[in-house]
Design a protein around this ligand. Structure first.
Ligand code: CA
Length: 509
């Protein structure tokens, strides 16, 4: 009898211990998720990533309270394929038609598939998106005068307040759920996208746009208040759904062109209008964080902040129209830090981005060097909310939740990562410190690629032979700027990674 009690105690406590361990791994309560997706903000654009000519106190606060990643990525180096990959968990190159969308493109995500919002809705979340969409709406060519569907509501969002594409193209109107906001039926919207690429051909609110919009005058957005509206609608969504688990994607238009910051942000950076729009972005982040604090939701909210692709100075040129000589005004600000390449490129500057997670008490604060990608959010959110994914769901999404939380000691969540440009005519492969960079097949096709910009010494060196004519290999541990091609010294690694890249592009993960 002497030992009976301890034995009994051990038997009783063992299952309890197991339950506690499970609770720790899988939170009993569902945290709100706020996913802040910047547009074209590069690796070096925030103070916490080394910027000195623009101040970003709110982003820096988030980073100091959470985990700052040094190797966080989008899947693609331009908007549409990047956003497609985030929402579907599928590499964009697997689906035709995922290149940069016009403003009259049909929805490019199949409504039946499991997306990030559809998954979270299944877990009992109320889901919303505010801001930039750029994934097509309805059926091409989109009719903006009636009920617009399919769109965000057909792929899992309960609420949507969106700009259909980007402010550099028509239509320049807000869409709330399935309707254009403030549309006068007597003044229907007509779009003309016969000239979609190249020089902007029409002016709205005095700003050049790609494509032409006639009609819809009462519905036109006010460019200088785009951020104000996105912040207000985001905070209103949070306020409205404070009593239930919610997922909110805050898809800012900052800092994409045309850069039209509110006058109160003009001149607030030391690197021109581009910098001023970063200040405006930071303000938006502050509005969202303050709302979470005020409603006492911060402790129960996983905030993720990242960008859809790397930085670029003046793609499409509207900044110049504002009378700002961008290169000069940029004042040497290294928007992609030490990285080589810009938006549109498959050098690291195209897809390696600021990536910050915060969930007090759950996310370790500090810095993480783990390789993660936005394509992994689907599987990670499935793990977070205790849901299983069918094999066809998010075929390229890996559960990187341990990395997002900053758990130590495990092996890296992601071994390989494919990086692509707009139409996957240029792809790269990451594996640990290695970066395989095959030639850019689209480089010689006119109009297929974005113009490289020479910004700092690393850029200048690498641009000498831009685009690459042969397969290259870099070791990012000692050459983060991708200036020293060491393919010739490592034929075995080139062969292994080339075979792996071909295999991934053909099939599974
Ligand atoms: Ca973008």
């Amino acid at each position: 009898m002497k030992h009976a009690l301890p034995l009994l105690t051990a038997l009783v406590l063992a299952p309890l211990g197991a339950v506690h361990a499970a609770d720790a791994a899988k939170p009993a309560s569902k945290p709100n998720i706020v996913f802040i997706l910047a547009d074209d903000i590069g690796y070096g654009d925030f103070g916490c990533y080394g910027a000195t000519k623009v101040k970003t106190p709110n982003v820096d606060r988030l980073a100091s309270q959470g985990l700052r990643f040094t190797d966080g990525h989008s899947m693609a180096s331009v908007c549409t394929p990047s956003r497609y990959s985030f929402l579907t968990g599928e590499y964009a190159f697997r689906k035709q038609g995922t290149g940069i969308a016009s403003g009259e493109e049909g929805l490019i995500i199949e409504p039946a598939r499991t997306t990030v919002p559809a998954l979270l809705k299944r877990a009992g979340y109320t889901t919303g998106i505010v801001g930039k969409w750029h994934l097509g709406l309805g059926t091409k060519p989109t009719d903006f005068n009636g009920e617009i569907k399919p769109g965000p509501l057909e792929i899992g969002f309960d609420y949507a307040w969106i700009m259909p594409a980007t402010a550099d193209r028509v239509p320049c109107v807000w869409v709330e759920n399935r309707r254009v906001v403030n549309l006068d039926p007597a003044d229907p919207i007509k779009l003309d996208y016969r000239v979609q690429r190249g020089e902007p051909r029409s002016f709205i609110n005095g700003i050049p746009r790609i494509g032409e919009q006639t009609g819809g005058k009462a519905a036109l957005w006010d460019d200088e208040n785009i951020s104000t509206v996105i912040a207000a609608k985001s905070c209103a969504f949070i306020e409205q759904h404070k009593g239930e688990p919610f997922f909110l994607e805050v898809a800012t238009h900052n800092i994409h062109v045309p850069r039209s910051p509110n006058p109160k942000f003009r001149g607030k950076s030391e690197c021109g209008v581009r910098g001023d729009t970063i200040v405006e972005f930071d303000w938006t982040v502050g509005q969202v964080l303050d709302t979470l604090d005020r409603l006492k939701l911060a402790d129960n909210t996983l905030v993720i902040l990242t960008s859809d692709n790397g930085g670029v100075l003046d793609n499409n040129g509207p900044d110049t129209v504002h009378g700002i000589g961008s290169l000069e005004a940029n004042n040497g600000h290294l928007f992609n830090g030490v990285l080589h390449g810009t938006k549109g490129s498959v050098y690291e500057g195209g897809t390696r981005l600021p990536f910050i997670t915060r969930w007090p008490g759950h996310v370790r604060s500090g810095v993480s060097d783990e390789l993660i990608c936005q394509v992994d959010m689907l599987a990670s959110f499935a793990a977070l909310t205790g849901q299983a994914l069918a094999p066809a769901d998010g075929p390229d999404s890996l559960n990187v939740l341990p990395a997002l939380l900053g758990e130590r000691g495990g092996k890296p969540c992601r071994e390989y990562l494919v990086e692509q440009n707009n139409d996957a005519s240029w792809v790269g492969l990451r594996k640990g410190p290695w970066k395989l960079l095959p030639p850019d097949k689209g480089a010689k096709a006119p109009g297929k690629r974005l113009k490289p910009e020479v910004e700092h010494p690393a850029e200048a060196v690498a641009n000498k032979d831009y685009p690459p004519e042969k397969i290259k290999l870099f070791n990012l541990t000692d050459d983060l700027s991708e200036t020293k091609d060491i393919a010739a010294a490592h034929p075995d690694i080139v062969a292994e990674m080339s075979a792996k890249l071909a295999e991934i592009m053909k099939s599974g993960k």
